[in-house]
Design a protein around this ligand. Structure first.
Ligand SMILES: Nc1ncnc2c1ncn2[C@@H]1O[C@H](COP(=O)(O)OP(=O)(O)OP(=O)(O)O)[C@@H](O)[C@H]1O
Length: 640
């Protein structure tokens, strides 16, 4: 028997300017680039166009695109919207339509209470039997129910719905259905193009598409970075492909060098998954170029989906959508954009104790998910660090420690084969720890994640929300813990974060007291001692690069930042004090604006190194901070 409640789903019809942006150009010239007075990076650093911080460049992450905004801010009252949109280019909402979606507390197929599931069934939905046969779920989720009709009618949609509520089916299903109904003569080449910001997400969407296409004649393929471009090109061009799932950088490579553009001339639907991410600065150039190869937007449907809609996206959506597009949000007004069933806490800990705190939290989760009969644990944790290099360091340390489940790592410094392997292993694992940078922050659907642990400052409130969204998916429960240092506490005071139900937590036993004689602490110290100086030097450089972008909100001078990095090197990485700080390339120091700041060691060239300021001196290793990594990972739009 189902207990039913009526939950409003709010759909806004937006009127767009009479000045249509130039086809094929995102964020066309008609859209002013000034930021709204509200929103933007109120607590975090705001990064201007073209001014990507080094911390971001290092690991290839572009500027955080903005804060999470409450529904009122996104949709707004008429005044709120005009303020939120802040331009004449996108006019205020002219019509508000409040639909009702019936939610059901009927247990979902996974046995959990599906709080984000409607009581519309796929069996009764206006879709083909072939699609019905491919779907294993019974009830449509809120976002699926709220968007199906509009998407089937061919409208352009901008959709916001919480993480893990089934957005993938919400865009794939109607696109496939529309393709099915299209005259056979128009189904030439690639009809549906799905863009995703990371390779892992593209592969995951492809899998979901395979499931939906099980009883359809259509074929799906992917083009993603990190694999052989020529092999990929041959596969896509010589085999049937109705649906292409792509990361922007690699897609552009193909568009520029192969016959792919002609295969896309009949494109019917373009999907932007993690739309706010795809439309931010990190992908802008690639996206602009891609759209230049596609037929005009008037001839195709565009579906933009994300759990977060930042201020940035509001300024650029008009380039991707047709005028008169529909905005759908399944978030209720004033509702926090995270799941009620995911308990969120934070711990304040010095950065030098971060790894000990993480270890204690992981061990506590392991114990709390241990079966009293079999003694097996179902603890499955994702641990996010700000940079790829910090992930590498943590992985080298934690994988040496006994008593932990398998330690997996996924970040931009790993080969694609290793990344895919780690993602697959974590999907299948009953108990494991996945250490990750932001490459796995969005979209990834790992079943049964019991805990998301975020260690260190998240790049933005949105990024915090997306990372947290790796747990509590499809109505399941989960827990989120954020570990911040006193310097990073400003993050909690930013308006978007204050709106979240984040509560202080008592740190696990040994981490803050850091009793050096405790066995866990001793084991950790020994493990850190075995990590290579190069890994530590890279973690130091990455740390410096990342936090360099946050000196303003941390209310720090550059000299204090350098000092903080040195404390981190000695205290957290156990870098040998007598060696002096790991060296940095002069050009990197220049880019970071740290020239002349005391406490840095700058490489002079192949022959030696030069000290800046007053710290200890000694020989060290070379290596760039982020520029090279940024360039390498730029194909995913600068993901970490
Ligand atoms: N109608 C449904 N009923 C039950 N489970 C569903 C339904 N639709 C999707 N799911 C499952 O919910 C999980 C999350 O789906 P999906 O990955 O599409 O979420 P999402 O909203 O795109 O998340 P994110 O914002 O993190 O990208 C998947 O395991 C998917 O199989």
């Amino acid at each position: 028997m189902s207990h039913r409640t009526l939950i409003p789903t709010i759909s806004h019809l937006m009127s767009l300017p009479t000045t249509t942006p130039v086809p094929g150009v995102l964020n066309g010239a008609s859209i002013p680039s000034h930021r709204p007075s509200r929103g933007g990076h109120r607590g975090g650093p705001r990064r201007g166009r073209g001014a990507r911080p080094l911390g971001a460049l290092r690991d290839g992450l572009p500027s955080p695109s903005g804060h999470q905004h409450g529904l009122r801010d996104v949709l707004g009252s008429p005044t709120g919207v005009s303020r939120g949109m802040a331009t004449a280019a996108i006019r205020p909402v002219v019509k508000v339509h409040v639909a009702q979606v019936e939610r059901s507390a009927t247990p979902s197929p996974t046995g959990t209470i599906g709080r984000h599931f409607s009581d519309k069934t796929f069996a009764d939905a206006p879709i083909s039997n072939a699609s019905k046969a491919g779907i294993k779920h019974k009830f449509l989720s809120d976002v699926q129910a709220a968007t199906l009709d509009a998407a089937l009618s061919g409208k352009d949609l901008l959709v916001q719905a919480k993480t893990g509520t089934g957005k993938t089916i919400a865009f794939l299903l109607p696109a496939i259905e529309r393709l099915l109904k299209a005259p056979a003569a128009t189904r030439q080449g690639i009809s549906i193009l799905v863009l995703a910001p990371t390779r892992e997400l593209a592969l995951q969407i492809e899998k979901e598409a395979h499931m939906l296409l099980a009883h359809h004649p259509f074929k799906v393929q992917h083009v993603i970075g990190g694999t052989n471009v020529n092999t990929e090109s041959t596969r896509v061009l010589s085999s049937p492909c109705d649906i292409l799932i792509a990361t922007p950088g690699r897609l552009l490579d193909h568009l520029r060098s192969s016959a792919l553009p002609s295969k896309l001339s009949g494109l019917k639907t373009i999907v932007y998954d993690e739309a706010d991410r795809l439309l931010d600065q990190g992908f802008k150039n690639d996206l602009d170029a891609i759209l230049g190869f596609l037929p005009p937007k008037e001839t195709r449907q565009a579906l933009l989906f994300s759990a977060t809609i930042s201020q940035e996206i509001k300024k650029v959506v008009a380039g991707a959508l047709k005028p008169g597009y529909t905005f759908v949000s399944t978030l209720l007004e004033d509702e926090a954009n995270t799941h009620e069933h995911v308990n969120q806490t934070f711990i304040i800990s010095p950065q030098t104790s971060f790894l000990q705190t993480a270890l204690d939290v992981l061990q506590a989760d392991l114990i709390s998910h241990r079966s009293s009969s079999t003694y097996e644990s179902t603890s499955k944790c994702m641990v996010f660090f700000p940079t790829a290099r910090q992930v590498s360091f943590a992985a080298e340390v934690l994988s040496q420690l006994p008593g932990l489940p398998p330690i997996l790592e996924i970040h931009s410094r790993k080969s694609q084969a290793a990344r895919t392997k780690a993602a697959e292993a974590f999907k299948k694992a009953t108990s494991a720890v996945l250490l990750s940078s932001d490459v796995a922050a969005r979209g990834m659907d790992f079943p049964g994640v019991t805990l998301v642990l975020q260690v260190g400052l998240p790049a933005s409130a949105d990024q915090y929300i997306h990372r947290l969204g790796r747990t509590g998916r499809a109505g399941a429960g989960g827990r989120g813990i954020l570990v911040l240092s006193p310097e990073e506490e400003f993050f909690l005071r930013t308006p978007a974060v204050r709106a979240l139900p984040l509560k202080p937590a008592t740190p696990p036993s040994s981490s803050l007291t850091s009793n050096p004689s405790s066995s866990s602490s001793t084991a950790l110290t020994k493990a850190i001692a075995k990590v290579s100086p190069e890994t530590k030097a890279q973690a130091y450089r990455a740390f410096l690069g990342y936090y360099n972008a946050y000196t303003k909100p941390m209310k720090m001078t550059k000299a204090e930042l350098v000092e903080m990095a040195w404390v981190y090197a000695v205290g957290a990485l156990r870098w040998e004090k007598a060696k002096g700080p790991p060296s940095l390339e002069a050009k990197t120091v220049g880019k970071m604006g740290l020239k002349g700041v005391p406490g840095l060691v700058i490489e002079k060239g192949p022959s030696g190194r030069r000290r800046e300021g007053a710290s200890a001196a000694a020989a060290g290793t070379g290596g760039a901070i982020g520029g090279r990594e940024g360039a390498r990972n730029g194909r995913e739009g600068g993901r970490r």
